[in-house]
Design a protein around this ligand. Structure first.
Ligand code: IPE
Ligand code: IPE
Ligand code: MG
Length: 259
């Protein structure tokens, strides 16, 4: 797979995707929204494979939000059936061997207990089967809410403080982030939203503090590796200042003077 022209410039260590637009993609074709979700899964795999080829270590896909439970029952039931189908696909020995060969480990972030129990068992199996794989982590955000994640972290912190395992004064941004579902993983450098909406829809609220945001009108099933590479090129041309001035950023990028 060819690398983007700017392969020498920094690549993101973590890309987060808000895969929006499956429903519209289907409706525009007079198809059921579930056909759009099925196509969306195919797009996810193409993009995940591109991330693997490009050597991106962490990628996170927003598959189902905490708020998505409010959708019509038919759509929710259909989505659960699709998730089961995808889980079975990934539990196939050939797929597991492929994940091992490519160093791909799966994580699920979100409220695990919201999952129907038969899906929970399959998720556990997939996580256990890929746990030892090193190189890439694919996070699937399921029944995920950013605020709920922060509250859950605060609850765990309060519990640890109550047990004397943590002194309130020792709590730092670093320690706090270890209590999040993504604990131990770098924050996303790049957040991509398809489907054209300019909002974050309760996604990774803590982690995206300094993520570069790329919004495209392309609907998720139409989001191709070519457009991912386009987003990466745009990312590489952004100046990430982290509160500093442009001059400061440029001077830290310049090699130190020899005199
Ligand atoms: C995103 O696509 C996938 C899920 C939320 C499960 P949508 O289903 O939100 O698609 P649109 O926004 O209605 O087109
Ligand atoms: C965000 O899409 C959630 C996922 C992509 C899973 P939504 O379609 O649910 O977002 P809103 O409701 O338009 O903000
Ligand atoms: Mg949507």
């Amino acid at each position: 797979m060819s690398k983007p022209e700017t392969a020498k410039k920094p690549m993101p260590r973590h890309i987060a995707f808000i895969m929006d637009g499956n429903g519209r993609w289907a409706e525009r074709r007079g198809l059921s929204r579930l056909v759009g979700h099925d196509q969306g899964y195919r797009a996810l795999w193409k993009i995940a494979n591109t991330c693997l080829d490009l050597g991106i270590p962490h990628f996170t896909f927003y598959a189902f939000s905490k708020e998505n439970w409010r959708r019509p029952k038919d759509e929710v039931d259909g989505l659960m059936a699709l998730f089961e189908k995808y889980l079975d696909e990934n539990l196939n020995p050939k797929k597991l061997a492929d994940a091992r060969r490519r160093g791909l480990s799966f994580r699920v972030i979100g409220n695990f207990l919201d999952l129907p129990s038969h899906l929970r068992a399959k998720v556990r199996k997939l996580l256990a089967a890929t746990r030892e794989n090193r190189g890439h982590i694919l996070n699937v955000a399921f029944s995920y809410g950013g605020r709920a994640e922060i509250v859950a972290a605060a609850r765990k912190i309060a519990r640890d403080a109550g047990r004397g395992k943590l002194q309130p004064g020792d709590l730092t941004e670093e320690t706090f982030s270890r209590y999040l579902y993504t604990g131990g993983q770098p924050d996303p450098d790049l957040l991509i939203r398809t489907g054209g909406e300019f909002r974050v829809s309760n996604f990774l609220l803590y982690q995206i503090a300094y993520a570069e945001i790329y919004v495209t009108d392309t609907l998720w099933p139409d989001f191709k590796p070519k457009e991912l590479k386009q987003a990466l090129r745009e990312y590489q041309h952004r100046e990430r200042r982290f509160g500093m001035t442009s001059a400061q950023v440029k001077s830290t990028l310049r090699p130190p003077r020899k005199d």
